[in-house]
Design a protein around this ligand. Structure first.
Ligand code: G6P
Length: 372
């Protein structure tokens, strides 16, 4: 299963950079497995669970995997109209939450060994839930204990900061969403075929985003690396991506970083904004762009320096006013997480490079946390 993705750095100075660059290939491999029948339908081992009658999906995970789950929740709610709860695995079982009859719990884990995620899985099983695991290591404990294991196919991930496993989790979650939506009748056969076309564009979209690396590296080194605090903002699908951007940055650069829903800034975090705190705005020109535009102007009115991660249309509207603007590929709104995920990974990586930190082995962190 490790296949073409070897646990060696090759020409790259760090595993993290190598793994970032592997993402078009990983996405192609994920697609190969989710469209294996080649008949315009999604192939998924979880199809037998009868999704039309599932009252609710509970997703539990930790760290980056939990943020992939937050993106998945939005897709599943919007596209498949499936109610989804997202849970931080370390909190979940201690609340002793009631779980619905006929419900399904999905745990997401790169390693398949995270103690809290495993405990969440066992709690769900005891509560009578059917269980699914989205796991990168197919021989792991979680992969063995779930009713149905779905593989993320990312190959070995060595860098402590998760990159390719995250985008693989996202792509699997979107494929899963299409399957669930078909069963719940929110997509028809023709829609499914169109969705598969959209999914097939993800490897190319990721490759096009990687082409923005020089611009991202320049902004990272020149604008972000000297800062001691940074704020990431986004709305909708870009909210969990803003959290992931802040997480990646703090993990490997040790810059204090916070991610916020852009509309929530005015309820507190905007008090932190001044000319010394860069604000990274995840700002594709989607349906929420007008709202985000006014949030960004509020930041700029308080001397905030906005680093805009946007597309050509967004740059045309806000680029002049922003401090720095990085133009990323255009794509349809539901696919934006793939573009922005790669951009924030490169931003954190090049910022860490400029600061000279130990990128693959950041202080105080472990790749897999098997204690509570
Ligand atoms: C650790 C890693 C994170 C990861 C989290 C969950 O804290 O440093 O990068 O997101 O565990 O790991 P998992 O293997 O369950 O996805």
């Amino acid at each position: 299963e490790a296949g073409d993705f070897l646990a060696e750095k090759g020409p790259y100075p760090h595993f993290m950079l190598k793994e970032i660059h592997e993402q078009p290939g990983v996405a192609a491999r994920v697609l190969g497995s989710w469209t294996a029948r080649g008949d315009g339908t999604v192939t998924c081992d979880a199809a037998g669970l009868g999704w039309a009658r599932v009252p609710r999906l509970t997703i539990a995970a930790c760290g980056t995997a939990c943020l992939a789950g937050q993106v998945g929740k939005i897709w599943l709610e919007r596209i498949a109209r499936l109610p989804v709860e997202i849970e931080i695995a370390s909190e979940f079982r201690y609340r002793e939450p009631p779980l619905p009859e006929g419900g399904v719990t999905l745990v997401i884990s790169q390693s398949g060994e995270t103690a809290d995620t495993l405990a969440a899985l066992r709690y769900a099983k005891e509560a009578g839930q059917r269980t699914l695991g989205l796991v990168n290591v197919p021989t792991s404990t979680i992969a063995r204990e779930v009713d149905v294991a779905l593989a993320t196919h990312a190959g070995p991930e060595i860098g402590v900061a998760s990159t390719k496993a995250f985008t693989a989790q996202l792509l699997c979650l979107l494929g899963f969403t299409v399957m669930v939506a078909r069963q719940r009748g929110t997509l028809d056969e023709a829609d499914e075929r169109r969705w598969i076309g959209a999914l097939s564009s993800v490897p190319r979209l990721i490759a096009e985003t990687l082409a923005a690396e020089p611009a991202i590296a320049a902004a990272a080194a020149g604008a972000l690396a000297p800062a001691s605090d940074a704020i990431f903002v986004g709305r909708g699908l870009m909210y969990p991506l803003a959290l992931e951007g802040a997480l990646k940055l703090k993990e490997i650069t040790y810059i204090h970083a916070e991610g916020h829903a852009a509309g929530e800034l005015k309820h507190g975090p905007i008090a932190l904004v001044d000319a010394t705190v860069p604000v990274v705005a995840l700002a594709p020109s989607d349906g929420l762009f007008d709202k985000l535009d006014s949030n960004i102007r509020e930041i700029m009115a308080r001397d905030g320096r906005v680093l805009l991660l946007t597309d050509a249309a967004g740059a045309a509207r806000l680029g002049e006013a922003a401090w720095r603007t990085i133009v990323l590929p255009d794509c349809e709104p539901f696919l934006q997480p793939f573009v922005q995920a790669v951009a924030i990974q490169l931003l954190a990586y090049h910022c860490a490079l400029a600061r000279g930190t130990d990128i693959d082995q950041p202080r105080n962190l472990a790749k897999s946390v098997t204690v509570e």
